[in-house]
Structures are given as C-alpha cells and as structure tokens.
Design a protein around this ligand. Sequence first.
Ligand code: ATP
Length: 316
Amino acid sequence: LGPTIVVGEILVEIMARTRGVGFLEPIDLIGPFPSGAPAIFIDQCAKIGGAAGIIASVGDDDFGRLNVERLRRDGADVSAISVSPDYPTGSAFVRYRADGSRDFVYNIAKSAAGLLALTADAKAMIARAGHLHVMGTALAIPEVWAILDHAIGIIKGRGGSISLDPNLRKELLGGQTEERFARLIDVADLLLPSGDELFVAGKADGEAAATAALFGRAVTEIALKRGEGGSTFFGADGSRIDCQAFAVDEVDPTGAGDCFGGAYVASRRLGMPAAMALEYANAAGARNVAVLGPMEGAGSRRELDAFIATTPRHGV
Ligand code: ATP
C-alpha cells in the first residue's frame, strides 16, 4: 500500500568510551553516532528491506548531514527531513555508570529536532504512506502530535495500518497525553509494548486480561518485548508464540526496542509470518545491544540471517 513512516526527533549521540566515569573532567568520547528513537526504528526498517520514510528536522551542519546520509544509505526515504537554517541538529551525551545505567546531557530543547512541521514534503510522504509507526513519547510533543493527528486520519482512511510502541513514562500519563494515548489505542493495529506497558495499555493485571482488553479494540497483534527474556507474540485469535533472546554481551542497551520494532514491523509488512518476524526482531534487538552506538547494530536481512545462524540463545 505504501511505505512505513515515522515522525520525530533525529539527533547525534556522543558517548563515554568507558563505564563509571562522569563529565566533570575531560574523558574519552566516541561518536557522533546517528540517533533518535524514530531514526533508529526507521533505519532498521529500511535495512531489512522495508519501504520506509521519516518526517524530521535537522540543522544545516555535519551532525544533520551524518544522519541524513546514514538513513539514505540504508534505504530510507529522507525527502521529508527538513533542514533548519537557524538551529543546530540535536545532540545527546551519554555516559554509563558502573552499574550499566545511563546518564544523559541533552542539547535538544533549542535544536532543529523541535522544529517539526507539516511541510509540503511531509504531507506528500503521508499521502503515499501505508503504515504509520507511533512512539508514545511523541504524544507529549505538540508539534509531533499535530503531524500524527493528520497522518492517522489519512493513513487509516486509505486502508493503511498503525503500530504503537507505548513507551509509557509516568510523566506521559495524565491530561492531554493520556487522551491522545487512548485515541491511539483505538486505532492501532499492532502494539509493541515492553514489560509492564502491556498491563498499563490494557488497563488490566495479567497477560490474559490485558491482551483480551486490547483485542477488543482495533489491535490485531501484540509483540511484547522482554529484554534478555526475548519476546512474545499474541494474536487476536488467541495464538501465542514465545521467542527466546539471543545470548550476547550487552555493550550498549540504547536502541534495542527501536531496532526490534523496525525489524518486526518491516518483516510483517513484507508478508512474513509472525514467528519469522519475531525471530528477526529478536535478532535485531540483540545485535544492536552488542555494539556501541544507538543504531550501529541495525542489520540487513543478510546480516540478521548470519547472526541468527551463528548466535546461541538464552536458556538453550
Ligand atoms: P529500550 O527502550 O531500551 O530501547 P525496550 O524496553 O523497548 O528497549 P527491550 O525489551 O529492552 O526493549 O529490547 C527489545 C528486544 O531486543 C528484546 O525483546 C530482545 O529480543 C532484544 N534484547 C534486548 N536486550 C537484550 C539483551 N541484553 N540480550 C539479548 N537480546 C536483547
């Protein structure tokens, strides 16, 4: 029907090379790496072979060009990425504490990332899209919501589909964001929750009750992310498929969920059965946590096939 599209921030990430050091004195940094959850999602989507495009904004600088060139090289449609003459590309500095948790310094508020608008190129991309992927965090940003609101009506109107990664953070629950979330739950065909987000989205405790509540709406399938526990598919017909995670050394957890989502959505839209899509999604998530950089582990179908063939699984 048309490409999978996503709307949201593009930025670069610059990382501390070693764990357990802070930014209070000069440290070894590595980067810039292309980043931003929507960018990671769409890069993996395109790399596996799905038609994919992104509506975003970057600055007229090398950080912006780095992102646009990476996405273009990996096969994504970059025609709706606008270039701001006035604001720089957003950036984030990340360091890992000794326990593996992350600490960020963001330069996003006054960057091009916040300048999203329904440009003529964005409208044209929406008009030819067959699928819209929405991230829960986008619902709190007025500029992004305005574009999503427009896109939902058009894409659903022409028989397209919608996926939602709830990404439910406490600060997102309440007020307008919660109303927007409820609206999305009513139109989303596919949900990609992580852990407890399934219960929050289904407003019920326990998998059976939460999935039943969601299948009472537009949702026809759920791909639940479980980190090192792998993932589970739930179908509206009561089917369930569990997929064990691949055993890798986690170097950098950033982007696992977005790579999982990009691989899953693209695989399903390429016509693969759920079990196969889940396998590719698990591989994409695992491959990405095994390398430094938010989207450096995103894989082509050939790379993911090789990874699946050579990597052992947890619990096997
Ligand atoms: P994030 O928000 O940090 O990007 P998420 O919570 O949305 O992540 P996860 O469940 O952490 O998503 O990761 C998505 C998928 O990636 C998992 O279902 C799993 O298949 C794979 N994965 C993630 N972490 C690991 C790991 N340490 N080892 C193996 N596979 C992993």
